[in-house]
Design a protein around this ligand. Structure first.
Ligand code: C5P
Length: 228
């Protein structure tokens, strides 16, 4: 058994807008564990590839970019947030856009890109524990994780949440347009042959439609604490 395999991991997988990001961050803070936002890695590769004018259908070129991109997670100056730096540039704001989400989903469908990002993800497994947020955390990256959650919400509910977030940032979007984008991305993520989005065996299924973030956070913490 390697030293890292004795470090506990809680995997939180699910589609975008299910509340995974917020729930993962809050649970990691509560437990005092590290946090892996694996979606940010795919977004960063998509961003680096776009910056380098790489054609996203050229899998070899995108894979080289995934290997060479310098992706760093650093606390913001006031410590309230984590910023993502890509090739020496704070790209956090660009990474959160819908365009970058769609680019991430395209590069994430390339098997060699997923392989290139595997070691970077495994390196987050450090004491005292890790909360890993993504699509294949429990199925592919940390299959031996002792705690697994699959978080969902209806597409309409996820579109409403995303609409609220983007409106707060002053962006001009419509709920129906967002719902269409969300459904298209879900379909791509669930139907790709490599690491399709699906619940890991034994994962606790949580449908967050109609639940508050506090309720979801409490049920996920209870899963870990029931065992410790
Ligand atoms: O979670 P987030 O919306 O940031 O992820 C962006 C995209 O990256 C997803 O739509 C998905 O295609 C891809 N992704 C993935 N595997 C992960 C995390 C994200 O394929 N573990």
């Amino acid at each position: 058994m390697s030293a890292s395999s004795s470090v506990p991991v809680l995997t939180i997988d699910g589609p975008s807008g299910s509340g995974k990001g917020t729930v993962s961050r809050r649970v990691a803070e509560h437990l005092g564990w590290h946090l892996l936002d694996s979606g940010a890695l795919y977004r960063a590769v998509g961003y680096a590839a776009s910056m380098a004018d790489i054609d996203l259908s050229d899998g070899d070129a995108v894979t080289r970019c995934a290997h060479s991109a310098r992706i760093r997670f650093r606390p913001s100056e006031d410590g309230s947030d984590t910023r993502v730096w890509v090739n020496g540039h704070d790209a956090s704001d660009e990474l959160r856009t819908e365009t970058c989400g769609a680019t991430a989903s395209a590069v994430a469908a390339i098997p060699s890109v997923r392989e290139a990002l595997k070691a970077k993800q495994l390196a987050f497994r450090k004491r005292p524990g890790l909360v890993a947020d993504g699509r294949d955390m429990g199925t592919v990256i940390f299959p031996d994780a002792p705690y697994k959650v699959f978080l969902t919400a209806s597409a309409a509910e996820r579109a409403r949440r995303r609409y609220k977030q983007l409106k707060e940032k002053g962006l001009s979007v419509t709920i129906s347009g967002l719902q269409r984008e969300i459904e298209a991305r879900d379909e791509r993520d669930a139907s790709r042959p490599v690491a399709p989005l699906r619940p890991a065996e034994g994962a606790m299924l949580v449908d967050s439609t109609g639940l508050s973030i506090d309720e979801v956070v409490a049920s996920v913490i209870a899963l870990v604490q029931a065992d410790t």
